[in-house]
Design a protein around this ligand. Structure first.
Ligand SMILES: Cc1ncc(COP(=O)(O)O)c(C=O)c1O
Length: 416
């Protein structure tokens, strides 16, 4: 089976309860073979609240993994905002709407001034797709530089720059791969070499795109040379796209955006996942002249991108993030977790920022065993990285010190 082995292996389902096995078989018959399930003993979730989720039998799990319900599962303010707007009207961006403009202004106020326009989409994939279209039009180039195990989404264009999906062989001939960050990796030099390689093939660079926490590359919060790499791309006529779909909206515990950590000045920023706390909303944000250039080639409309209900969810999510000081909480509890994980003395390296943590183990076998053992102890995490040897810990932002203690206690027992 392709893909990380923290996924359920259908050839090894003998130990499961008959009703679970039956549902898995029905799912595969109806939904086909391309989907994956987490864990060797898949979890059937029924509801969530804050940092906890509950299965269909009412058993509680600590959620140390899900970054989409970022302000907490089923946050009452977000739920109320969605329900109130759904009861009034749901429509799209071709009608004038003050709440939509208010949210656009509010979101833009969290970004550097040169990022002046926002365009709404439903998914991070669409946001990155739009970002690439804009970058290609603005630069006249087609070359795109990505990291070795990057994931940026599922459209045809974006799958062609996402080596973690189908491997390097699945990429386009205009894509160039640079190594994931790590010891001995000179990021700026790698990007310069990629630009030179594109030039050899007669391809002008359109963009360097980076997930600013390098989530699928194994979680790297500090990457020396990233700002220099961006400067090299600009010199070569390309743009810099900060993919904030994973780290954005305060998860890293300092400011709202991952690119701020790296002193990057992106031309385009893409956001998604936590933006509506589960409502399908994402966005592409860019310099005004880039959007104007795009507009001169054609209009943009996305039926559900920026729908009234999604905007209501996004506004409530942003309000809660500020009112409950969740960025500060991410910093305090994240630091506590990193210290606790380091104290366990079992990891090759503990990396991350705020509530986005990668804890690297000696190999994939140990990491997968730990993920499944934790699931048995009712704590949900996963693994990441090119070698799939890094525990990925990325809980809802209201994660408390007590939640962190529970994770650390269970992890101490779960580690083989
Ligand atoms: C860094 C990054 N960019 C983009 C995406 C795509 O977002 P979506 O699944 O909403 O299309 C993902 C999804 O996992 C992601 O991790």
């Amino acid at each position: 089976m392709a893909g990380p082995t923290t996924y359920f292996d259908p050839t090894d389902s003998a130990g499961l309860e008959p009703p679970v096995r039956d549902l898995i078989e029905r799912r595969a018959r109806a939904m086909g073979s391309a989907y994956r399930l987490f864990y060797q003993d898949p979890v059937q979730l029924a509801r969530g609240s804050g940092t906890k989720v509950y299965d269909v039998d009412g058993v509680e799990y600590l959620d140390a993994y899900n970054n989409v319900p970022s302000v907490g599962h089923a946050h009452p303010r977000v739920v109320a905002a969605i329900a109130a707007q759904a009861a009034l009207l749901t429509t799209h961006t071709r009608y004038l709407s003050e709440p939509t403009v208010n949210y656009a202004e509010d979101l833009l106020s969290t970004l550097p001034e040169h990022i002046a326009n926002v365009m709404f989409t439903c998914t991070g994939s669409e946001a990155n797709d739009l970002a690439l279209r804009i970058a290609k039009l603005a630069t006249g180039g087609t070359g795109v530089i990505v990291t070795r195990n990057a994931y940026h989404g599922v459209t045809t264009e974006i799958a062609a720059i996402s080596p973690s999906l189908g491997g390097v062989q699945s990429l386009a001939d205009w894509t160039r791969v640079i190594p994931a960050p790590g010891p001995g990796i000179g990021f700026a030099e790698a990007v310069e070499a990629a630009i030179a390689d594109l030039a050899l093939a007669g391809i002008r660079p359109a963009a360097l795109i980076v997930d600013t926490i390098f989530a699928s590359d194994g979680v790297f919060a500090d990457v020396p040379g990233l700002a220099h790499a961006a400067a090299a791309v600009h010199r070569a006529g390309g743009l810099v796209i900060a993919d904030e779909v994973q780290p954005g909206f305060g998860r890293l515990g300092t400011g709202m955006w991952g690119f701020e950590r790296h002193a990057l000045r992106p031309d385009i920023v893409t956001v998604g996942k936590p933006m509506g706390n589960g409502a399908p909303i994402a966005a592409m944000l860019a310099r005004r002249e880039l959007v104007d250039e795009f507009n001169s080639h054609g209009r943009y409309f996305n039926t559900f991108g920026g729908s009234s209900v999604s905007i209501a969810a996004a506004q409530a999510t942003l309000d809660v993030l500020r009112d409950e000081n969740l960025i500060g909480n991410a910093r305090v509890v994240g630091d506590y977790l990193v210290a606790g994980l380091t104290h366990l003395g079992r990891f090759v390296e503990v990396r991350g920022a705020g509530l986005f943590i990668g804890a690297q183990l000696e190999n994939e076998r140990v990491a997968v065993a730990a993920v499944n053992a934790l699931r048995a102890r009712r704590v949900l995490i996963s693994a990441a990285g090119p070698a799939n040897d890094t525990l990925k810990i990325r809980p809802p932002l209201p994660f408390s010190i007590a939640d962190a203690d529970r994770l650390l206690t269970e992890l101490a027992t779960a580690l083989p």
